[in-house]
Design a protein. Structure first.
Length: 164
């Protein structure tokens, strides 16, 4: 019995225990606030990652339905794939066309730059939104992604945040 199944049973919760997309077990995070599919290659996880990225960077034209259609048609599966899209394929897809493909390209082209906090938050680190990331950057005076990546775990223990 998985942890999710135990919780559901013990508390008599009517909650899913299997992913509705791929059927894999659902897992719950440490603070019991989030269920997610245990299958790293599940379409729902790809959709969630890309949706978080486009939402964080405020990229329009990429709602969940569109993201799902793009994944189903092998247009993209990962965040880096977004920047290598074959727009001719999108133009040929039912319900899209050249105008939609051009809008998508324009949106991505207009959002190729991001602040360090947006960039890191866009990768959907559990419990770390843009504000928290910005507070860490400000509190530890990180100037670049390299500073952030080279940091030791103890560098993320905040004994006080800088006031803006």
């Amino acid at each position: 019995m998985t942890e999710v199944e135990k919780l559901a049973s013990n508390h008599k919760w009517n909650m899913p225990t299997k992913c509705s997309v791929c059927g894999a077990d659902l897992v719950i995070n440490e603070n019991h606030k989030e269920l997610k599919c245990s299958n790293e290659f599940c379409k729902s996880r790809y959709m969630g990652r890309i949706s978080k990225w486009t939402d964080t960077l405020k990229i329009k034209e990429f709602g969940l339905t569109t993201i799902e259609k793009m994944i189903d048609n092998d247009i993209f599966k990962t965040i880096p794939d977004l920047y290598k899209i074959d727009y001719a394929k999108i133009a040929e897809m039912d319900g899209f066309g050249e105008k939609s493909a051009a809008k998508m390209k324009s949106e991505l082209d207009n959002h190729k730059e991001a602040s360090l906090a947006e960039f890191i938050a866009g990768f959907n680190i559990t419990d770390c939104g843009e504000t928290i990331i910005q507070n860490v950057i400000d509190g530890k005076d990180f100037k670049s992604l390299n500073d952030f990546l080279k940091a030791k775990p103890e560098d993320f223990i905040m004994d006080g945040l800088k006031e803006k």
